[in-house]
Design a protein around this ligand. Sequence first.
Ligand code: NAD
Ligand code: DAU
Length: 332
Amino acid sequence: MRILVTGGAGFIGSHYVRTLLADGYPGLRGARVTVVDKLTYAGNRENLPAADPRLDFVHGDVCDLDLLRQLTPGHDAVVHFAAESHVDRSLESAAEFVRTNVGGTQNVLEAALRSGVERVVHVSTDEVYGSIDRGSWTEESPLLPNSPYAASKAGADLIARAYFRTHGLNVSTTRCSNNYGPYQHPEKLIPLFITHLLQGWPVPLYGEGANIREWLHVDDHCRAIQLVLDGGRAGEVYNVGGGDERTNRQITERLLEHLGADWSAVRHVADRKGHDLRYSLDERKIREELGYRPQVPFARGLADTVDWYRDNPAWWKAAERNAANFPPDRAN
Ligand code: NAD
Ligand code: DAU
């Protein structure tokens, strides 16, 4: 087996590749991997093994169709993670989001189709559904994205649907909730707050901190992607939720406790524009069809994540240096 992974130097993609190379997915023991990654501020070659005979790394852009057409032949499957992923950045400048997330996804699908790749998983997000005050979204819920990031991911999902309906491409889409874990860029809530507190800086909580997210450890997300790759049906969407709903205030409270700080370290800053109040997924489909069960309890996963950032300051300090306008001015 040979798998092409786009965006494999980012947070979730690199977790998937490291697990695969460690033979953590029974169906893929011994498989070879090609990673194609543009190494934007969010990608880091060092997130992957430096030299593994089963890994080929290609520094490239998913918007480059010629490159993808050269790479895809000989691969049995494509797992497509590459994206611009940070909502706040999409509020400042949306063009790169549309280019990579919509145009790049179309290229990945086109290259897979033309090369006869047998299986594609497109990794999407719960944010395509918008915001929900009560209840949970099923895969049939309407797409009502609110941020340019979410809209670009929804566009990608619809292109994936069209490649299945029109061309019969064997593509499935996953829509997951908020991930946390090691190697997440320190621009995102949990690592941002951990790394700020480790440096004795105040943490910027948007608005009242009443927004609710459903937190899932990256290892559980990647396991779900693998289940979909192995057994998901063509043209189908699979929600991947964790069931661990928390307000941002609750997350902040936990992190303050872990890092020995109190609420005097919290700065209430202006709210995110168009800030989605709550995300919640109904994940019965992936549980019933594919036997998915999250395995990492939130308390343990969060404690391990705090330890990882405490133990790896060189990694996150390099990530901070590589990102333009980071840390945001307001936090200093
Ligand atoms: P990330 O920002 O950490 O990593 C993205 C990776 O894609 C980086 O390595 C980057 O260099 C690469 N990339 C960006 N533009 C590229 C391009 N044009 N060509 C090639 N590579 C490019 O993101 P992440 O958090 O790991 O998210 C991975 C995927 O999972 C994304 O599609 C995201 O929408 C989705 N997702 C993320 C979450 C989450 O909580 N982080 C939840 C659900 C879904
Ligand atoms: O739901 C899945 C999505 O989760 C993924 O598709 C995205 O790629 C991923 O970035 C994430 O999006 P969010 O916007 O939910 O994540 P973020 O970590 O940016 O913010 C989480 C919550 O914390 C959100 O309500 C905004 C708030 N927040 C965030 C930051 C960065 C703050 O209060 N302060 C901050 O400084």
